[in-house]
Design a protein around this ligand. Structure first.
Ligand SMILES: NC(=O)c1ccc[n+]([C@@H]2O[C@H](COP(=O)([O-])OP(=O)(O)OC[C@H]3O[C@@H](n4cnc5c(N)ncnc54)[C@H](O)[C@@H]3O)[C@@H](O)[C@H]2O)c1
Length: 407
């Protein structure tokens, strides 16, 4: 189970519905321009941990993807991912991953990208996302990269530029699957059409349990930083960038913009035994037109967790959470029929990515992913510095991390 799912009560690890079945026609990038169609796409995985193995398994389950190559610094990670993915592949009667295609090391992504894979999933720690994305775009691969796109301002701005280079050449998805929830989508559409009137304020939170400590006795400091990247500010961006970003992205979606300024606080109080990430944040984000959003998060809870976006308007209230019926109350009431709004999000997103390749109408989520990442970084900078910070000030800055990790 991946890090994020471990902490989410009611969150499904596996989607229920296979949206696109074995009959899906897939087209290699070049086939759009006349090369042979109907061939399975080959996939390489960069970062073979919980999420990468899960995402790759979903590709195999939902489409006719052939996973052929894996890259990771650690042998145990490569072996565990191969075992899990071979199981998925054999369930679909597809060839298993050849042992010669397991690339090990911090630079293993280069060997993987030099090989003939059609697409890559990037699920390395977020600090490395700009580096891995840039190399994947240069290699002409279609890319499914997990969020966040970076951990610092310089990295997120770089992803915007890389996205422009990828435009029209390859499909580039960023892992915000909630935007593919039918329930959330219906509520967001109605809010944008005026169902709750003018949006005055919002309540956005991500309260979750703590994650496992993966440090290994006897391992080097560098190895343990990498294995425990979720607790490391430079590698993860802190919990507001790595995990809470999902609800901040949803707020941007509702409000069709990004925050103009933030004033947050927070700290390290409950989880002080590992890393340097904070364990709670809270404060205010200001959006255009004076809309204020009350934000809070935690990553140490026991017995309760909840992730929610609630917006208060002059005609009603919109409410979406990871479980329960998405709904609008007030003058224009509405309740979405599903009480499992995240149920099909991953399969919907993967299908959308595939169809974009199939049709040649390549998607590009780099700008949106970078804006949501920067929205989270804005809150982090404000909280660390204990003052109000504007979007302009952040964008003018050259805030950058340098992890200096050698294995
Ligand atoms: N969309 C979602 O709901 C969701 C859920 C979970 C995780 N994620 C995201 O997925 C990404 C991975 O998270 P995870 O939970 O799988 O973490 P993980 O620690 O389980 O996996 C990360 C893997 O990357 C490897 N790695 C480290 N440095 C590398 C490098 N330089 N090159 C290649 N591989 C490297 C690690 O050894 C590890 O195997 C993160 O960006 C995380 O935020 C998204």
């Amino acid at each position: 189970m991946n890090q994020e799912n471990q902490s989410q009560v009611n969150r499904r690890s596996f989607v229920k519905t296979a949206v696109a079945g074995a009959g899906l026609t897939l087209v290699k990038p070049e086939s759009v321009f006349g090369a042979p169609a109907n061939s399975a796409l080959t996939l390489g995985l960069i970062g073979c941990g919980g999420r990468g193995t899960h995402d790759s398994g979903q590709f195999v389950r939902i489409t006719n993807t052939q996973v052929v190559a894996l890259a990771d610094p650690f042998k145990d990670r490569l072996e565990r991912a191969k075992e899990a993915l071979d199981k998925r592949l054999s369930e679909r009667n597809r060839p298993l991953i050849d042992a010669s295609r397991l690339y090990q090391g911090m630079d293993a992504y280069k060997d993987l990208l030099a090989s003939d894979v059609d697409m890559v999933i990037i699920t390395s720690p977020p600090y490395y996302h700009p580096l891995h994305l840039e190399a994947a775009v240069a290699a002409g691969k279609h890319i499914y990269m997990e969020k966040p796109v970076a951990t610092d301002v310089v990295g997120a701005k770089r992803v915007m530029e890389i996205g422009q280079k990828a435009q029209g050449k390859v499909s580039l998805a960023v892992g915000f699957q909630i935007r593919f929830s039918e329930g959330y989508g219906e509520i967001v559409k109605r809010v944008q059409e005026g169902a709750i009137g003018e949006v005055v304020s919002g309540q956005v939170y991500y309260h979750a349990g703590r994650l496992d400590n993966r440090a290994r006795e006897g391992a080097s400091e560098g190895e343990n930083r990498i294995r425990n990247w979720v607790f490391d500010i430079e590698l993860s961006g802190d919990i507001i960038v790595e995990q809470n970003i999902h609800v901040i992205d949803v707020a941007n979606w509702y409000l069709q913009s990004h925050p103009v300024k933030a004033f947050l606080t927070g700290g390290r109080k409950a989880r002080t035994d590992v890393g340097d990430c904070w364990d709670h944040f809270m404060g205010i984000y200001w959006y255009p037109n004076g809309t204020k959003v009350d934000f809070s998060s935690s990553q140490f809870l026991k017995g309760w967790s909840d992730c929610r976006n609630r917006f208060f308007g002059t005609k009603g209230v919109a409410d979406t959470a990871y479980s329960g019926h998405p709904q609008i109350t007030g003058d224009n009431p509405y309740e979405h029929p599903s009480d499992d709004p995240l149920g099909n999000t991953e399969s919907n997103k993967i299908t959308n990515f595939f169809e974009s390749i199939q049709s040649g109408n390549f998607i590009n989520e780099a700008q949106q992913g970078a804006e949501s990442t920067l929205s989270s970084i804005l809150g982090r900078i404000s909280a660390y510095e204990g003052r109000e910070v504007t979007w302009e000030e952040m964008m003018a800055s050259d805030q950058k991390y340098d992890v200096k990790i050698e294995l």
